[in-house]
Write a protein that binds this ligand. Structure first.
Ligand code: PLP
Length: 460
């Protein structure tokens, strides 16, 4: 790239540090610059078309270029472009959205706190429970339980809850007291000869042993994604959430469902907790809440938690936590319009219906020599690539084949995510059946190209 170049790509590589990017590789290769989008498609600055098979970052539920969201934002900007909700102020969009979220979520969740991102929301959960337990005179009840391969964000507390090495290494995390349990993914972590039911029982026994070892009086919360997404799209084994819920009740531990990806119809049910049949004390929501047209996250929690926190604010004189953008009127107005679109177009039901075709069509790729497991629910799926299908043996260089498939798919006009050697898909909820077939066609092509490369390199 010429030093004199004033191309966007040149400006990018000479001015930015990108999230989740190998900066040295990026300096050489430069960015793929996205230009515009419509429905499930995006186009880059060279005019190449892609199916956005990950809905951006698991989030553009209503598809790209939805003019109703643009209009909702413009209307709110005209009326009240900004206001905060600190110190007794409020505004209609955040009030209406809080009411809507309380109405949509399980009946025991009655209170809402707004943040800008999922990471901030999970940091807020940690602080809410610390504050609550201090208020209740339980100053030792501060630890968290999470799972290996969990993703809860990257700020100091949420990054600590996340159970992925790259989010800890060289960031000096975890920085809060947290124990990470075995990842509840049967295909990868089940023992030879173990049944799924026995796997669940082993994981619940492990959770109980950790609770007793640490002391239940020291544990504030158990946090989990109902279906683990960013760590590799891993649905829980049968009975897992019922077992965890029972432990949380027995030992007075708050159960936090991080629904940042699973919320708002992704699994074909309104929320992941409904899909798997358990009741949380706290739910964390973001991404599809606005189809990510604008940043917003929300924590929805029980009256019991609210009451303890409110009492303490009465004693101290304030709740010393909140963001300039908490409940931003434009973001909450966009969320309300986005949820209205989802209702009118019945997108949760669409995710359930088209999701069945999606899972069935993808499962046909299990016959491919590279594919070990196809898994998912509704409109989220993961394909785990393996060196040996029979023994489930992973590749000796983790992530290399996954990255190959990711690039080949992008060449074929399908954007996915490679999580190690798992290829993740999470298309917009507006997907139709013809588009399912096109996704699978492009993905099979990418798998074939990669298998051919393997043979050529003598790796197969
Ligand atoms: C389950 C879950 N929680 C939290 C987050 C963090 O959200 P954000 O990137 O908005 O901080 C993510 C992001 O992917 C997520 O998947």
């Amino acid at each position: 790239m010429s030093k004199l170049s004033n191309s966007l790509a040149h400006i990018d590589v000479t001015t930015m540090l990108h999230p989740y990017t190998n900066a040295k590789v990026h300096e050489k290769n430069g960015p793929v610059i996205m230009d515009h989008g419509k429905g499930i498609h995006v186009w880059d600055s060279n005019g190449k078309e892609y199916i956005e098979g990950l809905a951006g970052l698991w989030s553009v539920a209503v598809g790209f270029g939805e003019t109703r969201l643009k209009d909702a934002a413009a209307r709110q900007m005209d009326r009240l472009s900004y206001y905060h909700i600190f110190s007794g102020k409020s505004h209609e969009p955040s009030i209406r959205l809080a009411e809507k979220l309380v109405d949509m979520t399980p009946a025991n969740l009655t209170r809402v706190f707004f943040t800008n991102s999922g990471s901030e929301a999970n940091d807020t959960v940690v602080k809410l429970l610390w504050y609550m337990n201090n208020s209740l005179g339980r100053p030792k009840k501060k630890k968290f339980i999470a799972r290996t391969k969990a993703y809860h964000g990257i700020t100091i507390a949420s990054g600590s809850l996340t159970g992925l090495p790259n989010n800890h290494r060289d960031f000096d995390l975890p920085a809060i007291p947290v124990r990470h349990l075995t990842c509840p993914h049967f295909y990868r972590f089940g023992l030879p000869g173990e049944t799924e039911v026995a796997f669940t029982a082993r994981l619940i026994a492990e959770a109980e042993a950790v609770i007793l070892e640490e002391g239940p009086e020291t544990i504030a919360g158990f946090i989990g994604e109902p279906l683990m997404a960013a760590g590799g799209v891993m649905p829980p084994p049968v009975g897992y959430w019922q077992g965890i819920e029972a432990l949380c009740r027995r030992y007075d531990i708050m159960l936090i469902a991080d629904e940042v990806i699973t919320g708002f119809g992704r699994l074909g049910s309104p929320f992941g907790v409904m899909h798997y049949g358990f009741q949380p004390d706290i739910m964390v929501l973001s991404k599809q809440i606005t189809s990510s047209y604008i940043p917003l996250a929300a924590i929805v929690f029980s009256e019991e938690i609210y009451a303890a926190i409110a009492d303490n604010t009465g004693r101290i004189g304030t709740f010393g936590h909140g963001f300039t953008g908490s409940g931003h009127p434009v973001a909450t107005a966009v969320a309300l319009e986005n949820l209205a679109i989802m209702e009118e177009r019945d997108l949760f039901a669409n995710a359930a219906r088209v999701g069945q075709h999606f899972q069935a069509a993808l499962s046909e790729l299990a016959d491919h020599p590279l594919v070990g497991e196809v898994r998912g629910a509704g409109l989220i799926a993961g394909l785990e690539l393996v060196a040996d299908k029979r023994t489930r043996r992973a590749f000796s260089t983790p992530g290399m084949v996954g990255m190959r498939v990711f690039h080949a798919a992008q060449e074929c006009g399908l954007i996915t995510r490679a999580i190690g050697d798992t290829i993740a898909l999470c298309p917009p909820l507006i997907l139709n059946e013809a588009q399912v077939l096109e996704i699978v066609r492009r993905l099979r092509q990418a798998l074939d190209v990669t298998a051919e490369w393997q043979r050529h390199e003598g790796l197969a």
